[in-house]
Design a protein around this ligand. Structure first.
Ligand SMILES: [Fe+2]
Length: 309
């Protein structure tokens, strides 16, 4: 096995945080029932510096109207706790909801960040949507592109980004103190894992990314991007641990081979419908959450490619 330097750095960070409360973040989850998405505000209690992870802009597809109810709940939380937003983080270019990052950045400040491989996602979807040359495919819509193993700070808290492709090529997990925000990789143990059938997705890669995350210390807190409940469970849930996932995850617990996982994932993905908001979400999120350039009448339009996907 090759030495995974990023993973070793992440492990050391998590062990420091597990040993000392001052290295652990305060975390608030905001669940959006319309898209089953969990957004997080993560902050350093000592300095009040904060990151907002995977925010949601409300969007009604039938009328094409956006609204800010979900984002305003986050603003209310930030202001009532006197937090200072340093980062607006996207774990990936989401296909099921539009990001509220530009709206939040405008109100609260902070730098907008995503994984470096967003460039590949922009390439693929830029082609699909026949975006003009004004759509830059270099990640420049974001303030910061994270590489695997790159570290960052939120006040006195340590953070590190891990590249965990498979659901999309750009997926990153962001580990802050002892808490890992794993995006669309793994879900609650009774539900399993994220799909791997979007353009650029790969079930083999997803398995390896998840097993990499599950080689972090047992006590690592995992915070998920989505929850859909599961048969026999009536409440939404989005926090678990490495230990619990290794023992119980219905798709990737210890002992499941890559071959078995890939066969299961690929056959399950064939049965899944496209997310309702995939076309608007992807078009907007590859632009850092900004709507396509308005046309000469001042209105932005969302395209739907016909018979192309
Ligand atoms: Fe996703």
């Amino acid at each position: 096995m090759t030495h995974d330097k990023s993973l070793a750095t992440a492990t050391a960070q998590i062990m420091r945080a597990s040993a000392s409360a001052s290295h652990r973040p305060s975390i608030a989850g905001f669940f959006d029932e319309a898209t089953n998405t969990v957004s997080y505000v993560v902050h350093d209690p000592a300095t009040k510096e904060a990151a907002i992870i995977d925010s949601v802009l409300d969007f009604e597809a039938a009328s094409g109207r956006t609204s800010n109810g979900s984002a305003d709940l986050i603003i209310e939380y930030i202001t009532s706790n006197n937090l200072k937003v340093i980062w607006l983080i996207e774990t990936h270019a989401h296909a099921d909801h539009i990001s509220a990052a530009p709206y939040l950045q405008d109100k609260l400040g902070g730098k907008l960040a995503i994984g470096r491989e967003i460039i590949r996602v922009q390439e693929v979807f830029g082609k699909l949507f026949n975006a003009g040359t004004d759509f830059e495919r270099d990640g420049s819509q974001f303030d910061k592109l994270f590489d695997d193993g790159e570290t960052f700070q939120i006040g006195e808290l340590e953070g590190i980004a891990l590249h965990v492709p498979g659901h999309t090529p750009a997926d990153m997990a962001f580990i802050i103190g002892d808490a890992a925000f794993v995006g669309d990789t793994i879900f609650m143990p009774d539900f399993g894992t994220a799909r791997a059938d979007f353009p650029g997705g790969d079930a083999h890669q997803l398995f390896r990314s998840i097993r990499r995350l599950l080689s972090l210390p047992d006590e690592t807190r995992l915070f998920l991007c989505h929850d859909y409940k599961a048969p026999g469970r009536d409440d939404y849930a989005w926090e678990t641990t490495v230990k619990q996932q290794r023992e119980e995850n219905v798709h990737v617990k210890d002992g499941v081979t890559e071959e078995d996982f890939v066969a299961m994932r690929n056959s399950r993905d064939k049965t899944l419908a496209m997310p309702k908001l995939i076309m608007p979400s992807v078009q907007v999120n590859i632009r850092g959450g900004r709507l396509p350039e308005p046309e000469d009448n001042g209105v932005s339009y969302i395209k739907i490619p016909v018979n192309a996907v």
